[in-house]
Design a protein around this ligand. Structure first.
Ligand code: GDP
Ligand code: CA
Length: 301
């Protein structure tokens, strides 16, 4: 069975690990690149790296970054007065250097990503949504700023009034992305932040229609007990006018999804969610075994 998952970082990566554990599933993960940035001279693709590390089982304790990492490089930067609030681990640095050097030679992000996945023995196909430059920006009380500035430097505390995806209109889907969606038996939207992780994927011309035309699209809600497990998705959906709870998730994917999987703790939402089939189950998947169980439920639909 062919499965395509649209994924941001931590939440999407956890589900990807569950899907990859199923013997009868051939998995392609299409990953957000709206969070990409240049830091300390390196090209950073945080969500792509989180997906690779998690599929390899070497993700950091919070779900991002690299397991067993140290931060000597990052600490040393402070000597020169360099702003090191964006923390880059020593092990994590290797992938960043590899990507930056390859991209400087003209190698597209998708090629670097598949080489990086190979380096970690990851057998699922990991594809960035696009090889082109696409950057998420958010409008706060004091105007538009880049995603990393909002998320990392300002700790995603500000109220987000609007989102935009700079470069999306000129972006082209990375090789294989549209084909993977078109030939998939199932398209899964991972439990990622809908406006900040999934919309930038759908903003790449051709991708929203590809998902829209697919007959079997299921989303897993990132909410548990009406709140996010981590990050600002609940607050961002609310300040964007999408409402609260799983109604906001359905509204974020209006017209795209056939099924929404929500957590047992939110079963009260089920009766009032319109236009989608609702499945209620245990969606906390921090433990890989739980991720595999949820993945099994998704593919057996
Ligand atoms: P980011 O790029 O690291 O912010 O990652 P994503 O956008 O992929 O994931 C963030 C979302 O993942 C948050 O809204 C979390 O609520 C959700 N999330 C993280 N772990 C879990 C989990 O175990 N179950 C569910 N349902 N959602 C999760
Ligand atoms: Ca992210």
């Amino acid at each position: 069975m062919r499965v395509v998952e649209l994924s941001g970082g931590v939440g999407g990566a956890r589900l990807a690990r569950g899907l990859a554990a199923l013997d009868d599933v051939e998995l392609t993960v299409v990953v957000n690149v709206g969070d990409d940035a240049e830091n300390h001279g390196f090209h950073i693709s945080p969500d792509v790296d989180t997906v690779i590390y998690t599929l390899a089982g070497v993700e950091g304790p919070q779900g991002w970054g690299r397991a067993w990492d140290t931060f000597n490089f990052n600490t040393e930067l402070a000597r020169f007065g360099v702003d090191n609030t964006f923390r880059l681990g020593d092990l994590d640095l290797a992938l960043k250097v590899f990507r930056t050097v390859e991209m400087a030679k003209g190698t597209p992000l998708s090629k670097v990503t598949s080489a990086a996945a190979d380096g970690f023995g990851v057998s699922a196909a990991v594809l960035p949504a696009t090889d082109d430059r696409l950057r998420t920006e958010v409008r706060l009380d004091d105007g538009w700023i880049g995603f990393q500035e909002y998320f990392v430097a300002r700790g995603h505390r500000d109220v987000v009034h609007e989102v935009r995806f700079i470069g999306a209109d000129r972006a082209v889907p990375a090789p294989g992305v549209v084909e993977a969606i078109a030939t998939a038996d199932l398209v899964v939207i991972g439990p990622s932040n809908p406006p900040l992780s999934v919309w930038p994927i759908l903003a790449v011309p051709g991708l929203r229609p590809a998902v829209d035309e697919h007959p079997a699209v299921v989303a897993v809600s990132p909410l548990i007990g009406g709140k996010t497990v981590k990050g600002p998705a609940d607050r961002v959906m609310s300040s964007l006018g999408l409402g609260t709870g799983n109604h906001a998730v359905v509204d974020s994917y209006r017209g795209l999804i056939d099924r929404l999987v929500i957590d047992n703790t939110d079963s009260a939402d089920a009766a009032s969610l319109r236009d989608v089939e609702v499945v209620v189950t245990d969606t906390l998947i921090t433990d890989p075994k739980q991720a595999t169980r949820l993945a099994r439920e998704l593919v057996e639909g």
